[in-house]
Write a protein that binds this ligand. Sequence first.
Ligand code: GLU
Length: 441
Amino acid sequence: MTTTRFAPSPTGYIHVGNLRTALMNFLIARKAGGTFILRIDDTDQERSKQEYIDGIQRDLEWLGITWDRIEYQSKRLDRYAEAADKLREMGRFYEAFETPTELDLKRKKQLNMGKPPVYDRAALSLSDAEKEALRAERGNGVWRFKLDHQRIEWTDGILGDISIDAASVSDPVLIRGDGQVLYTIASVVDDTEMGVTNVVRGSDHVTNTATQIQIIEALGGTVPAFAHHSLLTGPQGEALSKRLGVLSLRDLRDQGVQPMALLSLMARLGSSDPVELRSDMAELIEGFDIARFGAAPTKFDENDLFPLTARYLQSLPLSAVKDSVAAAGVPEDLAEPFWLMARENISTLNDLEEWWTLCRDGAEPLIDEADKDFIAEAMEMLPELPFTETTWSEWTGAVKQATGRKGKGLFMPLRKALTGRERGPEMATLMPLLQKVRGRG
Ligand code: GLU
């Protein structure tokens, strides 16, 4: 059965980059009728925070990305220790004692000599006595996995055929000197034991994947199908990493971005299919195909989210937004006509309040110098409140007769006088919602 997972480290809130990973894994599982696991990669106890675990769940729930199971790596440490023992017994695991400064020096030397900066495996030739002495002097060493120096190959679901020479990669550190288990092994043990069949993640993980394939094989597990999506850049192709802080899902939510707008964009961005606004998750699942994604960096512009949000809102009935309409202060008996008017004129639900304020309090009139007398005359003719759907046509008809004005010269000044702006809803729709007119005598 198809099983995928989204495995965030709870060291921050999730942003659009993580969302891409979450969404792709989710859609693959749902399309196949499989299982989607939310796996919290919290082996780093210092940096992992409950606040972020809660935040990640809230963000995914907001988007409707539901998981069948949640797993915490911090609760599975014994499993990782067992796997480590196994690797040790097989002779694939060795302790190394170099300090970060020493490793840095080695790397610099290699680079100076024009060689790739790959760990030289010096620790492999330490005698037991030497290790003992180093341990006494420096504390426990780190544990490195001894790669098999051959080519590691897989067919990537996005990148195609990949072949990496294991000799060009350093033996990965799987356990730190202080005993902390690192992601590379924890992830492999989880993927194997949880029956993960497909792993989609960012292309920054390609080298990890190479080493993880060897670890999985050493532990006797089944290698999942891997796909590495390209990293997001800004609209100009600039690195997004520094801006990801402000592109967190919670910020986008606060700005009024609608889940379906965000999901519709992220499910297609970077693929050869056009972005299409979807109305629900079922449509999104139906229209998703990982094979359509390309390896080139994907340009992301958060401004694209607002027109999509506006279009999505236009399609909604009142029942879908009742709470937001009420929260904007609209009384229940006006909610329906107000929403039908407002939904054509907002980019996010955050704009509702502004339209309701206009309806409730009226607007400061906008009157051009040349229209002063005209507006004064028209205002005399404006019927008493409350207005109805026919007020606008009756009033403008009467004003036309009295003044001889017509077309834009008639309608625009009247619109500006009543709404304080040049653009907005159909006036016939807006009039019955107006509770006050400010420009009247
Ligand atoms: N916790 C890892 C990360 O956030 C998971 C990567 C993976 O999907 O294997 O980068």
